[in-house]
Design a protein around this ligand. Sequence first.
Ligand SMILES: Nc1ncnc2c1ncn2[C@@H]1O[C@H](COP(=O)(O)OP(=O)(O)OP(=O)(O)O)[C@@H](O)[C@H]1O
Length: 322
Amino acid sequence: MLLELKDLTVKYKTREGRVLAVDKVSLPLEEKKTLGLVGESGCGKSTLGGAILGILPRETQITGKVIFSGTDLTSMPSKELRSIRGKDISMIFQDPMTSLNPVMKLRDHFIETIFTHTQTSKENAIALAEQALKEVGISSNRLNDYPFQLSGGMRQRVMIALSLVLNPKLVIADEPTTSLDVIVQAQILQLLKGLQEKFKMAMILITHDLGVVAEAADDIGVMYGGHLVEYAPKLELYKDPLHPYTKDLLASVPNTDINDKELRFIPGYPPDLMNPPKGCRYADRCAKVKEICKQKIPPDVRMDDGRLVKCWLYGEGEKNDA
Ligand SMILES: Nc1ncnc2c1ncn2[C@@H]1O[C@H](COP(=O)(O)OP(=O)(O)OP(=O)(O)O)[C@@H](O)[C@H]1O
């Protein structure tokens, strides 16, 4: 197993109080596999990615375990963690313009990343950068460009090249295509998937868009209100979603049928994680809600086929009509 999260819990500290952004999330990720992490805005996806990478604000309280290649990263000294971050685990963010330094040429971004983690000559670093750029279809003479000289899609490809240059075992891609138009989105996803296979990396693909993970993911984790509410292999999840939230999310994916004029969405809003509801986070939007859902957080129910669902409609809760 490449990565295993065990009861991972993240609480942000704010002036107004604590925000329970991720609540006891456990999941596995095997080598070379892609996990799609989906859910509406504010449900804790980016926080989960940030906790794995150890890039959350210093005062954030993290409990549980992030076991990467057999080592728990949450108890690792920050110096050692820095040596893993960017090398063995790298991240691609939604907006490359905010992750690329506007006053640094592309070559310097690569040199900085490479020198942070390896001792090598400048010539070698440039050669690695040229190779990485080639992998994403960008000519090496762009190395002397500044980020603003590139289109949005090219900047995202540069980010991908930067995240791959040190051959990581895991790439966390947080909404990597959201700021791009749909055609470029598809190209970037295809590129990512191709590179992942070529370089044999695992990937966590964070997105609010079930359409994006439909192609790229092997397994899908659905998050809601800081909980992992369902975890299943992709095909099973699309064919037979279990959690009411997953069903509603799938039903709200827009289709291209011109006669279908209905705008689908899930009425209501995700809960305020500073004051989360005491029962199931989805209770007040769920069509199948029972009394117990409002009172107690559902257990993680492991189905016979190994799928996981956090809902009172399954397991022991199935017998409870209250
Ligand atoms: N630095 C922070 N300080 C305090 N609260 C935060 C911080 N970052 C995120 N949050 C809160 O944590 C919760 C989870 O946010 P997070 O960004 O992880 O969700 P998300 O599903 O990735 O949403 P989005 O797609 O909008 O980024 C939200 O309630 C958010 O307001």
